[in-house]
Design a protein around this ligand. Sequence first.
Ligand SMILES: C[S@@+](CC[C@H](N)C(=O)[O-])C[C@H]1O[C@@H](n2cnc3c(N)ncnc32)[C@H](O)[C@@H]1O
Length: 283
Amino acid sequence: MEHKPVLAKEVIEYMNIKPDGTYVDATYGLGGHSRMILERLGQEGMLVAFDVSPIAEQHLFDDDRFTFVKSNFRYLKNWLDFLGLIPVDGILADLGVSSPQLDIASQGFTYRTPAPLDLRMDKDLSVKAQDIIRKYSIDQLAEILSEYGELEPAKAIATAIVEARRKQPIVSSADLVAVTKRFARGNPNRFYSRLFQALRIAVNDELNALRDLLKQSEEVLSPGGRLLIITFHSLEDRIVKQFFANSEKLKELDESPIIPTREEIKNNRRARSAKLRIAEKIK
Ligand SMILES: C[S@@+](CC[C@H](N)C(=O)[O-])C[C@H]1O[C@@H](n2cnc3c(N)ncnc32)[C@H](O)[C@@H]1O
């Protein structure tokens, strides 16, 4: 399966890897960034990677310096404590889902191919997107659509969903696309991406997991250690930006995020909305 880590050169440059340091890849995915970090570590170095996806588990490295933790990164501090690895010298998070999670229809992340309305990154979570669509009130749905998808008119879309589910259950991506079709004016891809983004954020509690990761990272980093976060939409970028601006322990290297070159975007569509922010632990 082809896989290109986003902003790979920039991540390696800013991670400041010391051969005997301890690093965390909070979003292992297919191990693209992890591989590059391992290549720069000496025999004494350590890399701990987190992921909740069953796909990640299928691509692990057999390397004594590497530990994989199948867990949400919101439990980073507890795990590092348990492993006796605090403090660490660098943490990377490349948020969102990996290309195979999107491409394999049965994972249910895409609206492009009919698939069950699932959207769980972690298949142990009990609530799927179809449960939210089935149970939430108009107001609850509207809040998700407007806050996590920045979609308007959120209340009208939520009402259409609730009216449609009274007639027939909405269980697949195709069902949801059909019942919201009349709101997808202008650029339908943009509308559906945002609709599915909103549900995905809600199902996986993604923004709160990110907040937890940021808070714990500032505690577990050693002085001079760096936190690198790659985001793919403005909601996440805003959280990271504000967290860095308000932190007493972290200082952002540059207030403008690093974005991919035109060349990278040409070769990797997923890179097109990526933003990398980097902060250093100051005390
Ligand atoms: C964009 S991919 C990472 C790709 C990876 N950097 C690479 O080069 O192969 C994001 C990964 O993070 C995982 N992920 C997203 N949120 C997570 C969370 N809160 N905890 C653990 N893993 C998470 C997803 O399952 C996915 O595999």
